[in-house]
Design a protein around this ligand. Structure first.
Ligand code: DON
Length: 575
């Protein structure tokens, strides 16, 4: 039971959670859990693992608000979804209050004090992917615990310890490994071998966990208990910080106890935009997400997207051309706003969108010029996680957080039981390195002491006429922004029920490489040929994004939780 600070406690009847296979409606007060779209009258959490959704929904049902629930869900995901749920990484939280005001919390990782722009070069002065993405130098100072502590301090109503406790239990007593998690852990077993603490934590004496077995993480339980009892100091000071610093020293990393102690999360003004009368509230820099999202929506607003039709070559063409331009601007301008001046107002203005639109030719692809800068070529996986929360008062919370790659750096802090991120890989790798398929070398996003690396995470909230419409977001590196863009367009232009808004196939283009990747089924082969004839380099790819979203049914006012069908572990929990 949640003890509300300064509120009288209402006891709530406990109820067994039921896992359902189809859309369903549950009576008030009874907690329901579903893999598919689920309607609910009061409060809802949709996340990447059932126990995490349940932890958040239990908080809601016991009287906590959406921020409280988001904190409990986030800590629970750090146990049950080790590929991306985390305390050793960072992320963003966008909050919309029932009165329509909004705020954004930035708990992105920071570079350690010793960081500098050439830190990813090897002894010969050559750029090293290994150092940049797969070493102790790839680890940024984690932000998640500070972010949750700031969220709680400013907007939480429940007792902090009650929000951390469910995760302590899940780590200490274990949870049942799903088929997807078993496959995922087995796939990383060899990578974990280089880090004995990871190998020990995520295998049974070297044997992979099978689905249905229980994964216990005793060291993680200890760290979470310190966080439960001491708040952020339980992570950034004392035992945990010392263990992080010791592992850094052992592996040649630069994060010290001082770096840990100095970490601060930041509250920022959200990026706001409008799209055909809908209000869009999203994450500002150091994420590029909200800015690029609003920029692309502004461009598309001037085209009759609904008339073009979902999946038509004409729609895909205009979508791609908007993406091409926004990703070029992202590469040139976006970075940590504490270090760089970023023209967010200009990039998100309707006037700028008019200028961009004038450069888009119907039926003919434009070029992605490499003369200014180039962007990293590799496509990104979905190893980040997004979750959505709405409480009974209509407070909405959209959280995307990450370790960067799946299981981050693969480094589990010995004795502390949590994985460290490899987020430093989101800084530009080398000043001036701008090859066609290489990295961006622009100065805005170079590593500097205590700087935050540029992100694409796009936790977003949509409203209309002062009413909440949807809480959306996704993992997927740079594809995140385009996934969220298409969620908004599907919702506004193509209509349909919430489940089909999420299930609809997506496409991705990120300026460079100059290639379109579509989920199978986005359009027919014949239409893809027509798109190709316009000059687009069309390819098919695997699933894009995992958008665990909540929508408000405008007719009934009910919440509709939609776990993305691309993720077999996603679950909605509501009451
Ligand atoms: O912050 C970002 O944009 C990335 N580090 C997110 C990574 C992600 O979604 C997984 N893909 N690599």
């Amino acid at each position: 039971m949640i003890r509300r600070r300064s509120f009288l406690v209402l006891t709530v009847l406990s109820a067994a959670a039921a896992l359902s296979a189809g859309a369903c409606r549950q009576p008030a007060q009874e907690l329901a859990l579903a893999r598919d779209a689920m309607a609910s009258g009061s409060g809802m959490v949709v996340s990447a693992y059932p126990e995490a959704s349940r932890a958040g929904a239990e908080v809601l049902r016991a009287g906590g608000n959406a921020v409280d629930a988001a904190i409990a869900t986030g800590f629970a995901l750090a146990v049950t979804h080790p590929a991306a749920g985390n305390i050793g990484g960072g992320g963003f939280m966008v909050i919309r209050f029932p009165d329509g005001s909004a705020t954004a919390l930035d708990f992105r990782e920071k570079a350690p004090l010793r960081a500098h722009p050439e830190m990813f070069l090897d002894e010969d002065g050559e750029y090293s992917y290994q150092i940049h993405h797969r070493s102790h130098l790839a680890v940024g100072v984690p932000g998640t615990v500070a972010g949750f502590a700031l969220a709680h301090e400013k907007y939480g109503t429940a007792e902090w310890s009650d929000l951390v406790e469910p995760s302590v239990g899940l780590a200490r007593d274990g949870f049942v490994v799903s088929e997807r998690l078993a496959r995922s852990l087995a796939g990383r077993l060899e990578a974990f071998r280089s880090y004995p603490a990871s190998f020990a934590q995520f295998s049974k004496d070297g044997e992979p966990y099978a689905a249905g077995e229980t994964l216990v993480q005793a060291d993680l339980a200890g760290t979470l208990a310190r966080i439960r009892d001491e708040g952020r100091d339980g992570f950034y000071k004392g035992t945990t910080a010392r263990l992080v610093a010791e592992e850094m020293e052992r592996g040649g990393g630069w994060i010290t106890e001082e770096d840990m102690a100095r970490y601060e999360a930041r509250e920022r003004e959200p990026v706001r935009g409008s799209y055909r009368g809908y209000e869009v509230i999203s994450m500002p820099p150091p994420s590029s997400g909200g800015t690029a999202l609003v920029q692309m929506l502004n461009v598309l607003e001037g085209f009759d997207v609904a008339a073009m039709g979902a999946g038509s070559p004409e729609y895909a063409h205009h979508l791609i051309e908007a993406m091409r331009r926004a990703f070029r601007d992202r590469a040139m301008f976006l970075a940590d706003p504490d270090f760089e001046d970023i023209p967010v107002a200009r990039l998100t203005s309707k006037e700028y969108a008019d200028e961009i639109r004038a450069t888009i030719e119907a039926g003919a692809a434009s070029a992605s010029s490499t003369t200014d800068v180039t962007a990293p070529a590799e496509w990104e996986s979905s190893e980040t996680t997004h979750y959505s929360v709405v409480d009974a008062e209509g407070m909405a919370v959209s959280v995307t957080y990450t370790l960067e790659g799946g299981y981050g750096s693969y480094i589990t802090v010995p004795g502390a039981g949590f994985l460290l991120n490899n987020e430093m890989g989101d800084f530009n790798g080398r000043p001036g390195l701008t090859s066609e398929n290489g990295l961006i070398g622009t100065q805005a996003n170079l590593a500097r002491p205590e700087k935050r690396m540029l992100s694409s995470m796009t936790p977003t909230i949509v409203a209309r006429d002062g009413e909440l419409v949807a809480v959306i977001g996704s993992p997927g590196g740079r594809t995140i922004i385009n996934t969220v863009l298409q969620l908004v367009v599907n919702l506004v232009d193509f209509g349909g029920d919430p489940a089909s808004v999420v299930a609809a196939k997506r496409l991705h283009h990120q300026w460079l490489p100059n290639a379109v990747r579509m989920e199978e089924g986005f359009m027919s082969e014949a239409d893809a040929a027509l798109l190709g004839a316009m000059g687009h380099e069309v390819g098919w790819g695997r699933g894009q994004g995992i958008a665990h979203c909540i929508f408000v049914d405008s007719a009934t006012g009910e919440l509709v939780g939609v776990p993305d069908p691309r993720d077999s572990d996603g679950a909605a929990a509501g009451y």
